[in-house]
Design a protein around this ligand. Sequence first.
Ligand code: ZN
Length: 177
Amino acid sequence: MDDHTLQHGLPETVHSLSPATEAHPWPRQAEVEAFFGPVGGGQAPLLLPFPLRLAWETTRLVPRISLHRKVHASAARCFEQIAAAYDADARHELGLDLFGGSFNVRKMRGGERWSLHAWGIAIDFDPLRNNLRSTHATARLAHPDCEAFWQIWEREGWISLGRSRDYDWMHVQAARL
Ligand SMILES: [Zn+2]
């Protein structure tokens, strides 16, 4: 459902890893395996402060999602803050309670590299209104009433591909671009 093949053109030195810090708690995408370990491992269930609804079957509630242990506490803080910032009606209207996936061992669309979802370090929200080709002009999550939602994630160092690259607005990840 998403694709993280768009890369900026900054020069990289192959052996100079940029370690996670307090200001930037997550590794760069190229370093996720070194930081999180092999794909498919390190998972822990996160019980959510409010149930999500499965985006493609909205009558199905999702009380917990699977995430990597290293992002678990951070994501828990984000969901608590989302619950405080948006009531159930607002979450419903903005699509903040529509779950499009977290942990899923798969490759990026049209590529050989692993999706960040394969480590359980990315979460998709409301994929039907924020698809891979969405832009700030079309994505529901690009509306001003979603600003607080994104700031909550960004304060924890998570990256929105929509806000950073203006595509795949459903997607937030615990890895730097
Ligand atoms: Zn995604």
